[in-house]
Every structure is written in structure tokens, then in C-alpha cells.
Write a protein that binds this ligand. Structure first.
Ligand code: VG1
Ligand code: CO
Length: 544
């Protein structure tokens, strides 16, 4: 195999964010931009000669071109085998599974997840390590340092690979395997859940369902598992064909962007269960007839009922949630005497806890949950968990949620996002918040008295690494919280996220409207951060 070395100069904007590097497609299309980043990944790794690399993406615009470029750079850098999803497609959880199952050295996942796709939209790339999970910060830091000094990349002089043809090819000792994107993942799901029970419940009409794949990667996975294997009516999975631009929408499974599903679920012909997933298949939204389950509640309910699922029937070792996620799961952990961890935002922080067996389930408020079955969050896994739960409990979603609240109380929750804020203004908001921290404890607004105010810093209990500046937390003596942080996945300006949570244990008041219940805290948040005042905006871009 001929290997060519190309001189290059560094780009100064290749710092990975919450989940890899995300930029506009046109940024990635600059000469050497993707090549630099991929070579920098390999420069920061050791001892991978002859080993296996997994490659796949969510199918968005530029996915195929990027894969051909990466194949050539990986070949030139000495990998011995490349495992690639057919058509260049692998959902994020499926990629994680493939890395683990075939004991690969690592994997490259191409996705900008919930961000829109298309020539003028977003693209992304991230590196996952041998446990199947996103590279931890020490790896992404080394990779970033490399992008700043890179002077050359290597590329093999080989023809483009036919990504659509399943099979194995050998190029001068380099093995390239194109695999079915769905089969291994479907097998894993069948090992975790009681497929027979779910299938019988669907056949008996106890469960009727709609799944919105949002024109994204989960379509083929959901169609195969829910319709072909579990027998859901044809058409139950809709928007099921992955498109390069996700049909022009945001493939983000919340009630704002999955409005088609939301309308169905709040209509009088709603099925018993509804769900959606995101661009790369790691997020999930859970709904029942006339009810939306917040991701934080979903995690808590899964933890409380884990023993009803075959894979977790012997019990779970512990749970973790990202810092802004509501404390609902903490209450379950306390009652069941489970380990409970609060980590920074982003799945990479769960990896060590899962590897060490300290936790079995984990999740984030941003519509992500997962378990030790892979090292990524997993949208369809969460959907199957709920289907298995409904089939076991033989109860509607609304009753399962309501009973949970009766027992543990309810953490009423919402998140307000202010998107594409001028970066200097956003940093000014965070500085302003930071400057108030010392003086906030003891300050009172009506029922809310500040108990603590800090900037979250996390010390990993496994390797003792410290991640500082992970968001501003303001906790009130009645258990309520307001959290502020800047997004690490956006591609335009800055996104300010405000997370608001109120604990309600009075059993007569569990079903109140969350917007009304949280209004006072929303007002306090504005007084503290002044986002409306400083940006001139009157309301958030998205409320979830
Ligand atoms: C967001 C979410 C975070 C999630 C991340 C990646 O990050 O808040 O919880 O892990 O996206 O999810 P940020 O920094 O924008 O808040 V995915 O499904 O976009 O890979
Ligand atoms: Co995602």
C-alpha cells in the first residue's frame, strides 16, 4: 500500500466539546480540516498498530465523504482492521457495542447528534476508546494539544471503498469489514429484555405504540426491532428512513422538535406508548397517552423498577446522573440503598463508574439514559426498557409515573435554552453569576432560601482526575435548585442553559402544571443571571 504524507498547518479551533468536535459542515470541508483532526487523534494514541478501529456515523450530510477520508488515514497509520457499518451507518450506541463486542482498539463516530444536518448545517466527529465509551478528558486534552502543533498527516493511496456491500476485503494486509449496522445491536437488546413478554403484550393489544425516528439513524434499528421482531403494527415507526438533512428538522427528541409525535400522543387516538430518538440514536423521549415523562423522572423510574428487567433482575450496583439532571434518581438510590454519583454533563464521565462496577444505570436530563450494556447513552434501549416495564406492570405510563411520584415525591423540572447568544455576552453572564456566589447563601426570595451556591467541580472516584468549572449550582433549603451552564455542543455563538427544579412531596399537589409550579424559580434565575436584560430577549429559544 502506497502511503503519502501531506504537509499541513494547524487549525486553532479543534478543541473537543461535551461530545467530540462539532462544527458547520463547511468548516469540516476546509482543506486538511478533517484530516488534521483525525491524524491528531492517532498521534495522541499509542500501540494500535495492527489493531481494529470501528467506524460509523449517523448518516448526515458529509458522512460518506468523511468515512472515505478516515479509512485512508487509518490505513496509513497502521491499523490492521477497520469495521464499518453498512452505508457508513452506525448509531452511537451500536458503535459502542461493536467496539466492545469485537474488542476493537477504539472507534470513530461521526455525528453532531441532535444538531441539524445538511450542507449549511452541522457535522461532528468523536473518538471512543476500547471500553466503547467517549474518550475521557485526558485523551481529548492530548488530542487537542496535537491539533495545535500538527504539521503533517498520512493517507493511503487506495480507492474509495464500497460502503454498501456487506463483506470483507483485504488491501495489502489491511482487513476492511462492512457489517450489518443493526444485527449485533438487535442481538444485544434481545439479551437484555424479555422480548417474548413485550411481543405478547403487543399482540394482545396491551401495548400500542408510535416511534418517531426523526429521519435519523434509529429508523432502521427501531423498524427491525419494534416492527419485525416485536410485532408492532407496520408504520408504528415513522420518519424511519435516515436522511442526510433529517428532513430539514432538528433531530432532537423533545416536544418542541418531535411535534408530530407529541400531537399524536396528546390526541384522543393516542396509542399507549410513544417515543422518539435523536440524530445518532443515543437520546430518547418517553411518552404515554397524554403524558410526557421527563428524562430525569424516566431515569428514576428505571432505577426503581430495574429488577423487573431480566438483565437487571439481580439488582443494580448504583446510579449516576449528570449534575443538572434532577435529583429524582437520588431519592430512589437513597430508598434502595444504592451508590449514587453526580457527574459533569457528558457521557464520558460515566465510563469509569461503569467500568469499575460502581453503577449500573445512568442518565442525563437531556433525554439520555443508559446502562452498563454499552458505554454510550442508548435511545432504543430506554424505549425497550419502558416497553418491558409496561408489559410487566400491565399499567399505562401515566399510572407508572403517578405511583412513582406518590412514593418518592416529584421533582418538577424544566430547562430553558438561550441559543446563539453572543459569546462575550454569555461569558459575561457566567462571570456575573460567579461573582455573586460567595454572597448568595442565606439570601431569601419568598419560599426560597439559598442553602449553597457554587461552581461544580468533579473528582472522579476511580482515577481521581478533576474536572472544574462544570456549571453554577444554586441550591435552596427546600431542595429546589437552579443550575446554569454553557453548552459544549453548539456551533454558533454560545448557548446558555438554565435548569430549574422544584421538589414537591405534598401528595395532593403532585400533578400541578410544571410551568406554573416553576415560575417563581424562573424569575429568581433571571434576577441572578440577567440573560433577558443582557441579551434583550424576552423568552428562551427552547423549553424542555
Ligand atoms: C448536550 C447535553 C448533554 C449531552 C450532550 C451530548 O451537551 O446537555 O447532556 O451529553 O449534549 O449529547 P451541552 O454541552 O450542549 O449541554 V448528544 O445526544 O448531542 O451526543
Ligand atoms: Co445524540
Amino acid at each position: 500500500m502506497q502511503i503519502k504524507t501531506y504537509n499541513t498547518t494547524p487549525y486553532d479551533d479543534q478543541k473537543p466539546g461535551t461530545s467530540g468536535l462539532r462544527k458547520k459542515v463547511r468548516v469540516f470541508q476546509q482543506p486538511g480540516y478533517l484530516e488534521n483532526f483525525v491524524q491528531a487523534i492517532f498521534n495522541s494514541l499509542e500501540d494500535f498498530q495492527g489493531k481494529t478501529l470501528v467506524l460509523g456515523g449517523d448518516g448526515r450530510y458529509f458522512n460518506r465523504e468523511a468515512i472515505q477520508i478516515i479509512i485512508k488515514i487509518a490505513a496509513a497509520n497502521g491499523f490492521g482492521e477497520l469495521i464499518i457499518g453498512q452505508g457508513g451507518l452506525l448509531s452511537t450506541p451500536a458503535a459502542s457495542n461493536i467496539i466492545r463486542k469485537y474488542q476493537a482498539f477504539g472507534g470513530i463516530v461521526l455525528s453532531a447528534s441532535h444538531n441539524p444536518g445538511g450542507p449549511d448545517e452541522d457535522f461532528g466527529i468523536k473518538y471512543n476508546v476500547s471500553n466503547g465509551g467517549p474518550a475521557p478528558e485526558k485523551v481529548t486534552d492530548a488530542l487537542y494539544q496535537n491539533t495545535k502543533t500538527i504539521s503533517a498527516y498520512h493517507s493511503a493511496e487506495i480507492d474509495d471503498i464500497n460502503l454498501d456491500q456487506i463483506g470483507e476485503i483485504d488491501i495489502d494486509g489491511l482487513k476492511i469489514r462492512i457489517i450489518d449496522s443493526v444485527a449485533d445491536y438487535a442481538e444485544l437488546m434481545a439479551d437484555i429484555f424479555d422480548f417474548k413478554l413485550i411481543k405478547d403484550s403487543i399482540a394482545a393489544g396491551l401495548i400500542t405504540l408510535r416511534f418517531d425516528a426523526m429521519h435519523a439513524i434509529t429508523g432502521p434499528y427501531a423498524k427491525h426491532i419494534l416492527e419485525d421482531v416485536l410485532g408492532a403494527a407496520p408504520g408504528s415507526v415513522f420518519n424511519a428512513v435516515p436522511q442526510e438533512d433529517f428532513g430539514g428538522g432538528h433531530p432532537d427528541p423533545n416536544m418542541v422538535h418531535a411535534h408530530e409525535l407529541t400531537e399524536i400522543m396528546f390526541s384522543d387516538h393516542a396509542p399507549t406508548f410513544g417515543a422518539a430518538s435523536d440524530g445518532d440514536g443515543d437520546r430518547n423521549m418517553i411518552m404515554g397517552a397524554n403524558i410526557f415523562v421527563t428524562p430525569s423522572d424516566s431515569l428514576a423510574i428505571m432505577a426503581a423498577n430495574a429488577r423487573l428487567i431480566p438483565a437487571y433482575a439481580k439488582g443494580i450496583s448504583g446510579v449516576a446522573r449528570s449534575m443538572p439532571t434532577s435529583q429524582a434518581v437520588d431519592r430512589v438510590a437513597k430508598a434502595l440503598n444504592l451508590n449514587c454519583y453526580e457527574t459533569p454533563t457528558g457521557w464520558k464521565f460515566f465510563g469509569n463508574l461503569l467500568d469499575a462496577g460502581k453503577i449500573t444505570l445512568c442518565g442525563e436530563e437531556s433525554f439520555g439514559s443508559g446502562s452498563n450494556h454499552v458505554r454510550e447513552k442508548d435511545g432504543l434501549w430506554a424505549v425497550l426498557f419502558w416497553l418491558n416495564l409496561i408489559a410487566r406492570k400491565r399499567q399505562p405510563v401515566a399510572d407508572i409515573v403517578s405511583e412513582h411520584w406518590q412514593k418518592y415525591g416529584r421533582d418538577i423540572y424544566c430547562r430553558h435554552d438561550y441559543e446563539a447568544v453572543d459569546s462575550a455576552t454569555a461569558n459575561g453572564i457566567v462571570d456575573h453569576l460567579r461573582s455573586q456566589l460567595a454572597s448568595l447563601p442565606g439570601k431569601t426570595w419568598g419560599d426560597y432560601s439559598v442553602q449553597y451556591a457554587d461552581e461544580f467541580s468533579y473528582t472522579d472516584p476511580v482515577d481521581n482526575s478533576v474536572s472544574a468549572n462544570q456549571g453554577i449550582r444554586i441550591g435552596f433549603s427546600n431542595g429546589s435548585r437552579i443550575v446554569f451552564r454553557l453548552s459544549g455542543t453548539g456551533t454558533v455563538g454560545a448557548t446558555l442553559r438554565i435548569y430549574i427544579e422544584k421538589y414537591q412531596k405534598d401528595t395532593d399537589n403532585l400533578h400541578q402544571d410544571s410551568a406554573i409550579a416553576l415560575q417563581q424559580l424562573v424569575d429568581i434565575a433571571e434576577q441572578l443571571c440577567e440573560v433577558k436584560k443582557r441579551t434583550g430577549r424576552t423568552e428562551p429559544d427552547v423549553i424542555t
